[in-house]
Design a protein around this ligand. Structure first.
Ligand SMILES: [Fe+2]
Length: 265
């Protein structure tokens, strides 16, 4: 989930590095006030390919490649994906991203610690370079992020520690329900419509759950009894990308069925 707007994310991530600072091998800040990781990614991509290959070789190891090295590759795929929003093959893209992230080092804990006091979960931005953002999330035992959408973006969750119970849903008969999530068109606030559970997974370390604009775009995430941490990678198709919460009752319309009533808040 990403309940913030892209504008809000960027205002929080404004870079405080100084001009000329070397933030990665051979990568220097060349402009002030760049978004934090955008500078890193752009600097990386600007390096000659031979130097990139050398740095990648040096950075590889049992603990994996550095996040910025792997995410620069993801960023390149993402730019190509969103260049053709209508024809975008999100499934192939997400599979390629899964392969790339499998090479990546494990995330470090945030230096400022986690604050789960308010809602039993917390999130930290590990990397951001439009249109890609990578979060690390921490859940206390049994913490829940209730039903929400992923409007104008797709997503990949990877379990890191513990267990996460992920249930995905699709809108039933979008034409009747005035919905076209691919284009961000949804029923009006408060109008009830039907959703159907389309997937149910328990994510353990290394296991993934994906969603696109066309399938599984709604989900509920619940941590197991020992809590959990995970990675969330989102790819924005435009600057309207963000999540919205839904009202729903976790009781199927028909006994043992997979259909539920829901509405946008
Ligand atoms: Fe989500």
């Amino acid at each position: 989930m990403q309940f913030q707007t892209v504008d809000a994310i960027e205002s929080q991530l404004m870079d405080d590095h100084f001009l000329g600072e070397e933030i990665a091998p051979g990568v220097k800040i060349s402009r002030r006030n760049l978004v934090r990781m955008s500078a890193l990614a752009l600097g990386w991509l600007a390096l000659p390919s031979a130097l990139r290959a050398e740095l990648k070789r040096e950075q590889s190891g049992s603990s994996g490649e550095r996040i910025e090295v792997v995410l620069a590759e993801v960023h390149s795929l993402a730019r190509a994906l969103i260049a053709d929003s209508e024809g975008a093959n999100e499934e192939a893209y997400l599979q390629a991203v899964i392969q790339l992230l499998a090479r990546m080092e494990g995330p470090r804990q945030p230096w400022f610690g986690w604050d789960t006091s308010e809602r039993k979960w917390d999130m930290d931005t590990l990397w951001y370079s439009p249109p890609v953002i990578l979060y690390q999330l921490k859940f206390e035992p049994d913490a829940v992020i209730d039903l929400h959408d992923h409007r104008h973006y797709n997503g990949l969750i990877i379990g890191v520690e513990g267990e996460l119970n992920v249930r995905n849903f699709d809108i039933v008969d979008p034409s009747v329900n005035q919905a076209d999530l691919r284009r961000g068109k949804v029923p009006p606030k408060g109008a009830e419509f039907l959703i159907k559970q389309s997937a149910h997974q328990v994510l353990r370390p290394g296991k993934q759950s994906t969603l696109t604009r066309d399938r599984d775009n709604l989900h509920v995430v619940r941590a197991g009894a020992s809590g959990a941490t995970c990675l969330d990678l989102f790819t924005h198709f435009n600057r309207e990308a963000r999540s919205y919460s839904l009202e729903w009752k976790d009781e199927p319309i028909e006994k043992n069925g997979s259909g539920y009533r829901a509405s946008w808040r």
